[in-house]
Design a protein around this ligand. Structure first.
Ligand SMILES: [Fe+2]
Length: 359
């Protein structure tokens, strides 16, 4: 399968992954041929692209980090928990479900030592907070596992990351979804969510203090420029520093009301640029051995005009994947594989994402 940006999805393409809506409901099932009318609706819902299967990509597999079923169950539970009128009893039962799901998420991630974030997340932008919470949870656990945290700590880290934006239940929706730049006063209101979330979770969930601290400190910055406490360096808890990186990464690759999402390679460059200032250098370096700048199934342009699809990534050489070459300029070629990790010749990846593989 391969990833096609939504503007290049055309009628008759075959969907390679089932698409889900905000509450985990199935929108389109895999193997369906896509109609033009679907593309318009999906685009309105905020899907930036789709995975399709075609003759060029049928041998390429894109693996999920956690099973789709588990991901959708978790999105549903965080959605339930973040309803504004939720009753005390329902809060407790939702948190119980989340505790159980977290055990499954940690099990699925930690049973695979070689795990990498190697796909573009498909999500509806209207329900950003729920998808984002689950993505931040998965990214944080992957980073925690790469840092060799104990399984019991991965479980706490995942819980903290999943609940990191809980405090947004107190933030007015019109501020959260505002497409224009926030005023000073509005930003001050947004900033209250980390402390509100910390208080809310502490009140409703009896769990290790590390979980509360991750929520409280996920907007602190390593150089002291964050909020609410303006603390810096290792005064910020490890969970706070990990969740900060996962949070910013997922926010960057997602469409938001005020800007379009960027490609994984660009989000990585942004975080790299603030490595050692806003973000803990050691954690950033480890994170980027686990997040592929050019995920499997994405189209890449090479410096010698060749165009291909990423087939495999290597965690120690994340800028040098294996690529299935399909095309040069507008001319189709007989496909062949090159492994940038092993090839000695002077070829680099110069762009990704937008090529029409054939016209
Ligand atoms: Fe936040």
């Amino acid at each position: 399968m391969r990833y096609v940006p939504i503007k290049y999805v055309s009628e008759g393409m075959i969907l390679a992954k089932t698409l889900y809506g905000a509450n985990g409901e199935v929108l389109l099932t895999k193997e369906m041929p896509i109609l033009l009318s679907y593309v318009k609706i999906l685009s309105k819902l905020g899907f930036c692209g789709l995975y399709i299967n075609d003759e060029f990509s049928e041998d390429i597999t894109v693996n999920e980090i956690i099973s789709v079923e588990l991901k959708m169950k978790t999105i549903k539970s965080i959605n339930n928990l973040m309803q504004p009128n939720i009753r005390k009893k329902e809060i407790q039962s939702s948190l119980k479900i989340i505790e159980k799901l977290m055990g499954n998420i940690v099990d699925e991630i930690s049973c695979n030592e070689d795990i990498m974030i190697n796909m573009i997340d498909l999500k509806v932008s209207s329900e950003y907070t729920f998808y984002h919470s689950v993505n931040v949870c998965v990214l944080s656990i992957v980073l925690g596992a790469a840092l060799k945290l104990k399984k019991s700590d991965l479980y706490l880290l995942g819980t903290s990351a999943l609940l990191h934006d809980m405090g947004k239940i107190y933030t007015p929706k019109e501020i959260l979804d505002k497409p224009e730049k926030l005023t000073y006063e509005e930003f001050e209101i947004i900033k209250q969510h980390s402390e509100n979330g910390y208080r809310y979770v502490k009140e409703n969930l009896d769990i290790n203090n590390k979980v509360y601290m991750g929520i409280y400190q996920h907007h602190e910055r390593y150089d002291g420029t964050g909020y609410p406490l303006n603390i810096k360096g290792e005064e910020i808890s490890l969970f706070g520093r990990i969740i900060a990186i996962a949070d910013v990464y997922d926010a960057f690759v997602s469409d938001r009301p005020y800007r379009k999402g960027v490609l994984p390679s660009e989000a990585i460059e942004y975080i790299m640029a603030f490595c050692g200032t806003m973000f803990d250098q050691r954690l950033v370096k480890t994170f980027f051995t686990k997040v592929a700048p050019y995920p499997v199934g994405t189209c890449v342009y090479l410096s010698n005009d060749l165009i291909g699809i990423v087939v495999k990534n290597y965690s120690s050489y994340c800028l040098r994947p294996s690529v299935k070459i399909i095309q040069i300029g507008n001319k189709l070629l007989s496909p062949y594989l090159i492994n940038l990790k092993e090839s000695n010749y002077n070829v680099t990846i110069v762009g990704m994402g937008d090529a029409l593989l054939y016209q």
